[in-house]
Design a protein around this ligand. Structure first.
Ligand code: G3P
Length: 218
């Protein structure tokens, strides 16, 4: 399973990249706004900075919600860097735009997906990635991980090439559950990725090794 980090914060992206396990980055308009990046020129510069840092897939989301404007905005984003993946919301014009981008060889990430039906349409339109939002389903007492497993089953049954990119990951346990569900990618906050590393028995064992060594070697 590939690890993406879900942030527009360059320092966190750099920290995850330097861990040596990062496979890509996802952003969205809220994450970009959180970094205070204002105006199209600054946003495009920021996307390029992320691409140059990680040299792997970077999802950049369109703001437009109508077909023609999505096409214009998405083509401008795709032209920024070969690593850009155009992120498009799962709405009627978005599915139509994904079909267009797919026909032009522009890679896409269909986002704000909350059902198998939506995932099916994204795959049929040729989306590179589909982003089911695990955490937001859990937040309303639905089973986000079950949706991931269901989409994975449908995609494998019908041999769709679209990759299941589990999004809205809230914690480390979600990552493990996504592994079991067969997700192709999990896009996570840095804390969830770092949480995979930590175990008290590792820390205690290392301390014991060092203490025993220094008893003899000073
Ligand atoms: O970026 C898409 C998704 O990961 C958003 O997550 O935490 O806002 O539900 P969240």
């Amino acid at each position: 399973m590939k690890f993406f980090i879900d942030t527009a914060n360059l320092a966190q992206i750099r920290e995850a990249y330097e861990m040596g396990v990062l496979d890509g980055v996802t952003t969205n308009p809220s994450l970009m706004a959180k970094e205070g990046i204002k105006g199209v020129e600054n946003q495009h510069r920021h996307y390029i900075d992320i691409c140059q840092l990680v040299q792997s897939d970077v999802s950049a989301e369109v703001i437009a919600t109508t077909y023609d404007e999505m096409i214009a905005e998405g083509e401008a984003l795709a032209a920024l860097d070969p690593h850009i993946v155009v992120k498009v919301p799962c709405i009627a014009d978005g599915i139509r735009a994904i079909k267009y981008f797919s026909s032009k060889g522009i890679r896409t990430n269909c986002t704000l997906v909350f059902s198998v039906g939506q995932a099916l349409l994204a795959a049929k339109a040729g989306a590179t990635y589909v982003s089911p939002f695990v955490g937001r389903l859990d937040d309303i007492s639905e089973d986000g991980i079950a949706l991931i497993a269901h989409i994975v089953k449908v995609y494998r049954t019908y041999n769709f090439s679209t990759q299941v990119l589990a999004a809205s990951i809230r914690h480390t346990a979600h990552i493990i559950q996504c592994l079991d569900a067969g997700a192709d990618v999990a896009t996570c906050p840095l804390s969830a990725i770092k949480g995979l590393l930590n175990h008290p028995l590792t820390d205690a064992g290392l301390q014991k090794f060092l203490a025993d060594y220094h008893k003899v070697n000073g």
